[in-house]
Design a protein around this ligand. Structure first.
Ligand SMILES: [Fe+2]
Length: 280
């Protein structure tokens, strides 16, 4: 993992702009790294950029994009990728991740929509990931997403995900909550899915809370504490794949930092301490 500069960074937190002051004002000993959506910071100068710079000088950061729209029928916004490259360089951020989904088609759709699980779509998306990687001159990290419908499905989600990773030769952001949510909503074995992912491609992980609408319908909200079955699955992920840096996502109903720290401690407790479990 040393190529990503996260060799000693095991537990992270998604940073929203409203958290900025509290994180700057107090040391955060339980947090090894933060993740930000570059779209939320790129347009701002002045005080925000200054404060952001203070943080990036103090902590390791990852950029987790929202708008690249890897699966879109629209052309990729290559100027935007170049802006990201400059932003990463300015703040010495080593990792850039995006969703294996799309959010635009002749205009923004303001949601992360599922790419059809087909061979053709896997090749299409992988080509676009390679274009991004060629500009960035580094691997892109793509995240397995939650989805509520699978239009035109020919492959399983696992077959599709692995095909994209292989064809694009990119890295994986393993979102454990998304696996759990999808396994309930689409009736598959979460553990088998987890074990079917390629260990060597995992750059880091996400864990988050969801909303239980019904026994057979979970909504990936990032608005609640992490649920027990997701903690179990995260523990299984470490057992099977070894230690990988893991980030807590919380976008709504955000509790105070003390409460968030408890969940971060929970992540750390599950992480293997045996150095033999560290991924090469
Ligand atoms: Fe995620």
């Amino acid at each position: 993992m040393s190529d990503f500069g996260l060799a000693t960074s095991h537990v992270g937190l998604g940073l929203r702009r409203e958290m900025l002051s509290s994180v700057l004002d107090q040391p955060q000993p339980g947090i090894d790294f933060f993740e930000v959506a570059p779209e939320n910071w790129l347009p701002y100068g002045g005080t925000y950029q200054k404060k952001f710079r203070q943080l990036t000088e103090r902590y390791a950061f990852i950029c987790h994009g929202l708008s690249l729209s890897l699966g879109s029928p629209d052309p990729l916004d290559l100027d935007f990728v170049r802006q990201i490259k400059t932003f990463l360089k300015e703040h010495q951020i080593k990792l850039y991740s995006e969703h294996l989904s799309y959010c635009s088609a002749a205009g923004h759709l303001y949601d992360l929509l599922p790419i059809p699980f087909t061979e053709e779509a896997a090749v299409y998306v992988a080509d676009r990931i390679r274009m991004v990687q060629d500009i960035l001159e580094q691997p892109l990290v793509v995240e397995n997403v939650s989805y509520y419908a699978a239009p035109g499905q020919e492959l399983t989600e696992l077959e599709f995900t692995n095909a994209v990773l292989e064809l694009a030769d990119c890295k994986l952001l393993l979102d454990v909550n998304n696996i759990y949510v999808n396994s309930v909503n689409h009736s598959y074995d979460a553990l088998a899915f987890l074990k079917g992912l390629p260990t060597k491609r995992i750059a880091y992980g996400h864990v988050a809370g969801h909303y239980r609408q019904h026994d057979s319908l979970l909504i990936d909200t990032h608005g609640a504490d992490v649920s027990d079955p997701v903690w179990v699955l995260l523990s299984e992920a470490y057992q099977h794949h070894g230690l990988f840096p893991t980030l807590l996502e919380r976008d709504f109903n955000i509790p105070d930092m003390q409460q968030l720290q408890l969940e971060l401690e929970h992540i750390r407790r599950l992480q293997p301490t045996d150095s033999m479990k560290l991924r090469a």
